[in-house]
Design a protein around this ligand. Sequence first.
Ligand SMILES: Nc1nc2c(ncn2[C@@H]2O[C@H](COP(=O)(O)OP(=O)(O)OP(=O)(O)O)[C@@H](O)[C@H]2O)c(=O)[nH]1
Ligand SMILES: [Mg+2]
Length: 436
Amino acid sequence: MGLTLESTGIRSVRESLVIERKNDKEQVIALAGNPNVGKSTVFNTLTGMNQHTGNWPGKTVENAQGRCSFYGTDYIMVDLPGTYSLMAHSAEEEAARDFICFGGPDAVVIVCDATCLERNMNLVLQTIEITPHAVVCINLMDEARKKHIRIDFGSLQKDLGVPVVGITARSSRGLEKLMAAVGGLRSELFVNPIKIRYPSPVEEAAAMMEPALKQRLENRLNVHWAALRLLERDQSLLNSLNRFLDTDLTADGEITSALERAQKHLEQNGITPDILEDKIVSSLVVAAEGICADAISFDRPDYNARDRKIDRFLTSKWTGVPAMLALLTFIFWITITGANYPSDLLSAVLFRFQDFLLALLNRMGAPEWLTGMLILGVYRVLAWVVSVMLPPMAIFFPLFTLLEDLGYLPRVAFNLDKYFKKAHACGKQALTMCMV
Ligand SMILES: Nc1nc2c(ncn2[C@@H]2O[C@H](COP(=O)(O)OP(=O)(O)OP(=O)(O)O)[C@@H](O)[C@H]2O)c(=O)[nH]1
Ligand SMILES: [Mg+2]
């Protein structure tokens, strides 16, 4: 059986699009970003809640809500699942996109990883296309400093046209500045967000769609963005739009005829549906490259040469899987064999204590049914469980945490993705299976 919306938790993400404000003044802020960039760490620090964090992607599958107040404004923060794009190729991407488009957030904070900003820029640009009420939050500044990566925030802010703030969420540095920037969005100082330039036929086709869409969307969604997605034949957006507008856009004559004309225009210019998405993604990539070339400099250009070598070894076709099998076998062997010694020791101590307790109760004249129930029942079962279960857990979990901190777990997910996909799952689920 494949994965269902329930088993992945995605249905609950969709259902939790509804936010209950206590009053009209509460501002809803969505925390979006690529997987594993520290969104939940930011969320936990701001709200005092305890969302699951860990060093592998895809931990957050349900959007969590929490409250906080800064500079006299009350906020509802929403921690979204990590996503690389809003072009919705997965259920998590759909959930994040639907919340940003239809969940009614007052602003979106796009959390980025300072050590690979260019990769994160794709989502930043896509989000700004949907809403100008955005703040770019560049996290992991401590890691960037270690790697001698310099980021020119002024240049980024100028190119993107929205506020950009650097933070280190793990040590809570910069969060007040981040919330000041979120609060400042209302002052409308940032009204000129970057506009991505797509090839002329694409822009012309989008323009053909816009008048009809404008009427239906009534300022509830960015018309240009929606036109591009409809041109891409993004069925999942169309479904979400239909749900949101409570209508069927495919039955709307004006929209379907505009769409037909626009698609014909694209085809006349040699842009078939297959290559339209490539053209759109290429424009985003070119824009991201330009912005990052202006804003990022490296004191040591080969700063990640060693990491790349290790990465190649751990994920390549010939060495990745054998290395993974060897490492995981070693960990399971150490967990099982290594646990025997502390297990024996623990059971010897606990059962000697059982004899002592039995003797004590007998000396006190306790009835046989009571000693039987308390010592030979409750205590003995507890002693067995503790001596059998505790040592393997005390060995396995620290080792697993070590692998997590070294960043090896996402590599395991990557190596296994191909095989898990055959079962309609994905590599990330291997990590949960390892723990079970
Ligand atoms: N060094 C450093 N690590 C950080 C910082 N912020 C978060 N982390 C670590 O980054 C890892 C990922 O953090 P999460 O908050 O779980 O990331 P996320 O974006 O919510 O991840 P998903 O929900 O899987 O998309 C964790 O190991 C955090 O401890 C930071 O500022 N510096
Ligand atoms: Mg998370």
